[in-house]
Design a binder for this molecule. Sequence first.
Ligand code: CDP
Ligand code: MG
Length: 737
Amino acid sequence: EKGKMEPEPDIDKEPPQSEQSKWESDQISSAVFRFGAKDRKAQQEYSLLMEDEMIEFVQVLHMPGHDREKKREESPPAHVKSLQTIQETKKSLPIYPFRKDLIQAIKDHQVLIIEGETGSGKTTQIPQYLYESGFAEDGKIIGCTQPRRVAAMSVAARVAHEMAVKLGNEVGYAIRFEDCTSHRTRIKYMTDGTLHREFLSEPDLASYSVMIIDEAHERTLHTDILFGLVKDIARFRPDLKLLISSATLDVTKFSEFFDDAPIFRIPGRRFPVDIYYTKAPESDYIEACVVSILQIHTTQPSGDILVFLTGQEEIETCQEILQERVRRLGSKLAELLILPVYANLPSDMQIKIFQPTPPGARKVVLATNIAETSLTIDNIVYVIDPGYAKQNNFNPRTGMESLIVVPISKASASQRAGRAGRVAPGKCFRLYTAWAYQHELEDSTVPEIQRINLGNAVLTLKALGIDDLMHFDFLDPPPPETLILALEQLYALGALNHRGELTKLGRRMAEFPLDPMMAKMLLASEKYRCSEEIATIAAMLSVNGAIFYRPKDKIIHADAARKNFYVLGGDHLTLLNVYNQWAQSDFSTHWCYENFIQHRSMKRARDVREQLVGLMQRVEMELVSGITETINIRKAITAGYFYHVARLSKGGHYKTAKHNQTVAIHPNSSLFQELPRWLLYHELVFTTKEFMRQVTEIESKWLLEVAPHYYKPKEIEDSTNKKMPKVTGRARPDGTN
Ligand code: CDP
Ligand code: MG
């Protein structure tokens, strides 16, 4: 735990080593940075304004910029920049002077590694240069993968704008459950997962003339697997150009993997960034963020602020606290525009983050990791970095996968700091001590393939006919136990036979862009005569934005509204109930508003549901509905999620069925106070402990019925055929009482 480490940073003697070596001529100073310290009046006024103690930062590092003098002449102040025409903006990007050389290099080599600082124009410009050079002639497509949905969408929108075409025509994007392309599309942005799935229908990627694997440094699972797949294709498709594009991190590894492919470096342009650490650890980093934002806003010259938080919930909390503080300070403050950025941000909000800040105002962007390298927001001069990110982690021993908040790596920290120096000299405030930086952050982030569940990836690879996974060409191989566990899970789900070959069920499961467990649940619903209901539940679980709206000032009302939807059996059935009632209201916006339901999430669920139903028809599933008995629905869910089963043990604690790991029902669950004997959960989230989110009561004997390969009668011995508790006043899932 970062917050607990006490020793004073020995800043004079031991500057952080890895940063030191990275920026050759670092100047180390140890000035204590007190906001407004020069201006007594400002400081007095400031301390009057603030009830909380100011945070004291210590500067220990100076990251020099590259050819900053030159840039200063070239680049007009940021607010003037917004008035530039599109053409001028394009010409001002660092990549522009190299466009001819770049195209030539692409013509000369089949595989090219491209390295350039974040914001240099790789993602938005390279596909356009290729398009202008005729790479999309003969109806071929220039493809570009992105690890993140928001990036794929917003970059496509930006490029469509630059090319003055309608999004979805010449320039489009495809992400899971959303295809915004047409037969006219020549530049196509997509998530790496989407391209992974495209291999299933077009194993040689014949529609593409160029494939850009972008943001390669992020090393997501899908990107890592794509490396192996595209490398293989390049061998028998000599006409396919392959570009691997990365932020400035060690790219020699990519080059070696692709048989020593040449590296094209786009020289960076960056202003110096001063890095400050807190003098003492901060116990509450959200609060520390709010205080730091206000400190910057009241005492620092103009320039926007970028804050890195771990997820949507945290961003919303920070936004609420900040708005409340700003409101209390009233007219004493200059205008502060607070803008969130996270994966599920609706597109109208996405546009706002790229709009220029009005003169006199300041913008503060509250972002997840997405703003680290995937999205470039202009005009950022101050970065606040609490030093955490949310990560999916998987324990192959217990088979438990969980979302946890972890300290970032040093490599991430320097990417974050770099965001402050794009338009002017900047400052980065790290909300941790220099000591913590040095002793507690790993050098680089472990690639996803080495720390998450591979079930989905293995299923797709098997469906592609790649049987020998142990010898697949991985950039970094996954741990063998993780691979074996994925194979075992797929076997228990019935997707693989005992020889490790794909079964008919497995082939059908691979048709769905879903986790194998969810795909299995969908397919099992046919047998249990509840496919319509399960399609709804799967759609509601796939929305990944919140369904229930919970504004801070109306928590009591919101929670009461949520409880009204609770039904016997648990959260899956509650989600079904919400959807069915909404459908009965004719999908009304007003209904959502009255019931504290997020309309946006519901619309998305409806969309996803439609597509799932389409896929279910494609694999020739019979669509049935209308059963009144919830046992069937819960059995179908169990058929997919029998890995995620926990039983009640002594003292009211839950332990996972197979590995006896302690888990707890999430307080937001409808079963929080019910304590059923056996239950299954959709996912685990680790905060203060392992919480099960979306839980449903099951009967242990079902496990023998749905997963005879996995559960033995002995393991579920203490089962009772306990009746469901009778709770009055609860609605049935069909909405009646
Ligand atoms: O990929 P790379 O980090 O090298 O740069 P980029 O994403 O192509 O960004 C180049 C420029 O486009 C930056 O100045 C961004 O601010 C701008 N951009 C934008 O205005 N809107 C977007 N949705 C994406 C990029
Ligand atoms: Mg990029």
